[in-house]
Ligand binder design. Structure first.
Ligand SMILES: *Cc1c(COP(=O)(O)O)cnc(C)c1O
Length: 375
């Protein structure tokens, strides 16, 4: 084995344009979105990129989901169906809205919410379905619409993704993105809600701006609302990233292809391909299926430790949300539960390292396997 690659940091080094935009906000003295224009301009530009008519920037992705749910009328006594295999915020945003997250299992091949698992969980209290575009591939929103309920896209991992040519952000009734440090576009923290419907836009805008109405008075609060606004600094950092996003996605897509090829030589370790219908996978993560039987019965934790020793920091990924005390799981979620032992992640910063680095991951996995299997 040669030396391991140097894994790039995320976010990438700031560009001159970002420095200029950040300083322009600093010098303007208009640091908040209620006095400056950078946040509104970014919201409009990002919404356009996702094929949505409107956007409202928020403090983070979790409250973006909260706002989307509240704007759809979700509240106490209601239920929202969420996939069992996702980041915890997909569920805690539902709790924040006063409702109960109900976990449904995911499909074996995509780890996305399984439409067949959703249907039996729909009852009189169910108010929405949360379609999580896990890893950067859009969920099958058309099939999830079969439940006859509003679909909220949790697109926190899917900036720039598309399904059947339509961008993530315009597949469901309303969509939410995150700009937290690990995400494909980031300002350290931040989020956005995008939607096509104008009335829904005005509700989200009001809810995130202490119940004000667009064009209304500063101390007029006809609606119940909160301060969940983004700052102008965040918008200044984010705007230039819109022009960089596609290049970053292309780089990861080439890495994912190289990784699939490299793993072709490693029995028991396979890249989960893009779900059918995906026309743009953003490869926020590359998820690998780990078959412990092909690795001498070693549990995934041992595999991860051995890969780390080869200089490849992979991740174990999520535990099923169905185990959490604040999530309702009327039926078991065996696929999501098994994923903890059979799925490993190659995260975005590793994929940014490029194709030669993916070949290294393949060689490292092969070396790890040789050490634990009889010749
Ligand atoms: C990151 C993430 C969120 C939450 O976003 P924050 O900005 O961290 O609040 C929600 N859902 C998914 C799937 C995520 O990956």
């Amino acid at each position: 084995m040669n030396r391991p690659p140097r894994w790039p940091a995320w976010p990438p080094p700031p560009t001159d344009e970002q420095r200029r935009a950040l300083l322009a906000v600093l010098d303007s003295g208009r640091w908040g979105a209620t006095s400056g224009t950078a946040t509104e301009e970014f919201a409009a530009a990002f919404a356009r990129r996702t094929g949505a008519a409107h956007g409202v920037c928020t403090a983070n992705g979790t409250v973006a989901l909260f706002l989307a749910l509240r704007a759809l009328g979700v509240g106490p006594g209601d239920e929202v169906i969420v996939p069992a295999y996702t980041f915890v915020a997909s569920a805690t945003a539902v709790v924040l809205a006063g409702a109960v997250p109900v976990a449904a299992d995911v499909t074996e091949d995509t780890l996305h919410l399984d439409p067949a698992a959703v249907r039996p969980l729909v009852g009189p209290r169910t108010k929405a379905v949360m379609a999580v575009h896990l890893a950067g591939a859009p969920a099958d929103v058309e099939a999830l619409r079969g439940a006859g309920l509003p679909v909220v896209e949790d697109a926190a991992q899917a900036h720039g993704a598309a399904r059947h040519g339509r961008p993530a952000g315009s597949l469901g009734d309303v969509a939410c993105f995150s700009f937290q440090s690990s995400k494909a576009m980031t300002a350290g923290e931040g989020g956005i809600v995008v939607m096509g419907d104008h009335a829904l836009y005005e509700r989200v805008w009001s809810l995130h701006n202490v119940g004000r109405r667009p064009g209304g008075g500063w101390y007029d609060h006809p609606e119940l609302g909160w301060n969940l606004r983004m700052t102008e600094f965040q918008a200044a950092l984010l705007r230039p990233q819109l022009a960089l996003l596609d290049g970053w996605i292309d780089r990861r897509a080439r890495a994912a292809a190289a990784l699939a090829e490299a793993l072709g030589a490693v029995p028991g370790l396979d890249l989960l391909p893009a779900p059918s219908g995906t026309t743009r996978h953003t490869w926020h993560l590359a998820m690998l299926r780990y078959d412990s039987g092909a690795f001498g019965g070693r549990p995934v934790s041992a595999f991860l430790a051995a890969m780390a020793a080869e200089g490849v920091p992979l991740d174990a990924g999520y535990r099923s949300l169905s185990q959490l005390p604040y999530v309702r799981a009327p039926v078991p979620c065996p696929v999501a539960q098994a994923a903890r032992e059979s799925v490993v992640w190659v995260r975005q910063p590793l994929l940014m390292a490029g194709e030669a680095a993916m070949a290294y991951i393949g060689r490292a996995a092969l070396a790890v396997r040789r050490a634990v299997t009889p010749r």
